[in-house]
Design a binder for this molecule. Structure first.
Ligand code: GTP
Ligand code: MG
Length: 291
């Protein structure tokens, strides 16, 4: 039987559920998700392998007008997803209209392969609202397949996965068949820590935070990890550490538990908070951080 393989790249505005959809299609939690916008900062591949197929899913940062260099790099990651897509998934959420999706539609118009418009979060509305949304999007994008899903609740996800695999071109696998991602364990460890910063701290702190894993030492039955949580101001450092170090301990404990589940062994996690006022604007630092 011929082997099928290809890239299904998901783009959309911040917070519409792109990362949740990647996890739902993979059937496991690979990439971090959060109610706060701009959770995803990199292009991250999640790979779904079958005997006769390899579906490479590409998560991307939410599309926005960049205000600083980090966001410019994030939009570069979105642009990359327009280059190698076999299928481009435009993800929107219920309630979002074509008229107010200019950033998404402008970018998607640059791609002329197979496109799919998915309306996500249909669990938040009724059938009438969903039908109206599908009709509006279909009118705005004639010739593009339009469908409704709930990534969080798994609605229409099995059908979508089958449809995507069915639309992959005949091609040998792009990655070894036991790979789950193009990213390594260190990357996902830093993302898990960042996920807990997003969970535990308000607005400004997560947007100013970068996590760097400095060492990842694997011993027989424990992994020793040292990571820096980098913020932009002394005041943010104070918030992250908290009174008597309570906030940082809470962050460390929560992150450690998730990292243990991810690596499958006990973990010793040493977190340090550092201040670097300009990491979001410095080309060289951003490159070092993988942006
Ligand atoms: N009710 C509902 N919520 C959803 C659904 N899909 C995702 N969400 C929620 O929407 C929020 C954003 O989800 P993400 O997957 O992080 O969104 P994203 O598009 O990757 O966001 P960025 O990376 O910030 O651009 C999270 O709180 C999800 O739980 C859905 O089908 N229904
Ligand atoms: Mg995301």
């Amino acid at each position: 039987m011929a082997h099928k393989a290809g890239y299904v790249n998901i783009i959309g505005e911040p917070n519409v559920g792109k990362s949740t959809l990647v996890n739902a299609l993979l059937g496991e939690k690979l990439v971090i998700t959060n109610p706060k916008a701009q959770t995803t900062r990199h292009r991250i591949l999640g790979i779904l392998n079958g005997d006769d197929h390899q579906l490479v899913l590409s998560d991307t940062p939410g599309i926005l007008e960049p205000q600083y260099k980090l966001q410019q790099r994030m939009m570069h990651a979105v642009d990359e997803a327009l280059i190698d897509a076999d299928v481009l998934v435009m993800l929107v959420e219920l309630g979002q209209t074509p008229e107010r999706s200019e950033l998404l539609l402008k970018r998607a118009s640059r791609f002329d392969g197979t496109k799919l418009l998915l309306v996500n979060k249909i669990d938040t509305g009724d059938q009438v609202k969903v039908a109206e949304a599908l009709q509006r999007w279909q009118e705005a994008l004639p010739g593009v397949k339009v469908a409704a899903i709930s990534a969080l609740h798994g609605f229409n996800i099995d059908d979508l996965r089958s449809w995507l695999i069915g639309h992959l071109p005949e091609h040998p696998p792009y990655f070894p068949k036991d790979d789950l991602s193009d990213r390594d364990q260190r990357f996902f460890v830093s993302e898990i820590i960042r996920q807990h910063v997003l969970d535990q701290f308000k607005q400004e702190v997560p947007y100013s935070t970068q996590v760097v894993v400095n060492s990842f030492g694997e011993a027989e039955d424990i992994v020793r990890i040292q990571a820096d949580v980098i913020v932009m101001r002394e005041s943010q450092k104070g918030i992250l550490i908290g009174q008597g170090g309570t906030a940082l301990r809470r962050l460390g404990t929560a992150a450690r538990k998730d990292i243990e589940a991810f690596v499958g062994t006990k973990v010793f996690l040493d977190l340090k908070v550092k201040v670097d006022p300009d990491w979001r604007e410095d080309e060289k630092k951003l490159r070092n951080y993988g942006y």
